[in-house]
Design a protein around this ligand. Structure first.
Ligand SMILES: Nc1ncnc2c1ncn2[C@@H]1O[C@H](COP(=O)(O)OP(=O)(O)OP(=O)(O)O)[C@@H](O)[C@H]1O
Length: 233
């Protein structure tokens, strides 16, 4: 039986804008498994990014609990949540979030150094991660010299180099052409299948559905539909 990686119950979150309160998550139950790509789809404003933020320790929900890798995430102190994220979570965003002055190898090395991996090993692992995403010929390029697809591959190498058990991707392909988008989603798929990560991917892009093990549809802060495509083993 596949192992559960994250199990959230009763997540609610609302934002106050002036006197109006907008409920963005409305008692959401959510789970995801190791080795599977779980896609979260739905219209703009339906709460997908807020859900990811609550699941990954970036934003505290008003109500509900998140059991991540067997630990009650929101019961931890802030410093411990930050440490959990550093140790176990990888993030890939639409805007790549690369440092303009660093070359591809340094982008990955820097994160590994935050994780206390020593210099030579960090260098070795950075090169291995960049090779895994097919960028062994771009190791010394800064973001300005990379295409959008290559930048996203650097971001994926950076996320994968930590060997995270939870990989969160928020619209990872929306700034990319379709060929680069395919490369990116195949890499996320491989992270699940070969590294056993639980990949949770928010997307509007219907072309990605072909790579999903499970598709969850959100609307107005609720899960409307939850389809398991690949049977759990
Ligand atoms: N920090 C905030 N303060 C106030 N409102 C917010 C905040 N963050 C998100 N919202 C609002 O919450 C709603 C849900 O936002 P969220 O980003 O979770 O949706 P989404 O489904 O990811 O949308 P998109 O696909 O456009 O990224 C939106 O109406 C948004 O404007």
């Amino acid at each position: 039986m596949s192992n559960i990686a994250i199990d959230a119950k009763g997540l609610s979150k609302s934002y106050k804008i002036g006197k109006t309160k907008q409920q963005v998550l409305n008692h959401v139950d959510f789970n995801a498994y190791h080795g599977q790509v779980t896609m979260v789809m739905g219209p703009s404003g339906s709460g997908k990014s807020t859900l990811i933020a609550a699941l990954s320790g970036l934003m505290k929900p008003d109500e509900g609990e998140v059991i991540a890798l067997g630990e009650d995430l929101w019961k931890k102190k802030k410093a411990k949540i930050d440490k959990f994220r550093l140790d176990h979570c990888g993030f890939i965003f639409q805007g790549f979030n690369l440092f303009p002055a660093l070359n591809a190898t340094q982008q990955v090395e820097q994160v590994l150094k935050f994780c206390k991996v020593k210099g030579p090993e960090a260098r070795q692992r950075a090169i291995a991660a960049l090779t895994e995403v097919g960028l062994e010929h771009r190791l010394r390029q800064t973001p300005a010299a990379l295409s959008g697809g290559e930048k996203q591959r650097v971001a994926i190498a950076r996320a994968l180099s930590k060997n995270p058990q939870l990989l969160f991707a928020d619209e990872p392909t929306s700034a990319l052409d379709s060929v680069s988008g395919q490369v990116v989603i195949k890499l996320l798929h491989r992270a699940a299948k070969e590294h056993g990560a639980a990949v949770i991917c928010v997307t509007h892009d219907p072309r990605l559905e072909a790579y999903a093990d499970r598709i969850i549809h959100m609307e107005d802060g609720k899960i409307l539909d939850d389809r398991q495509i690949t049977p759990l083993t």
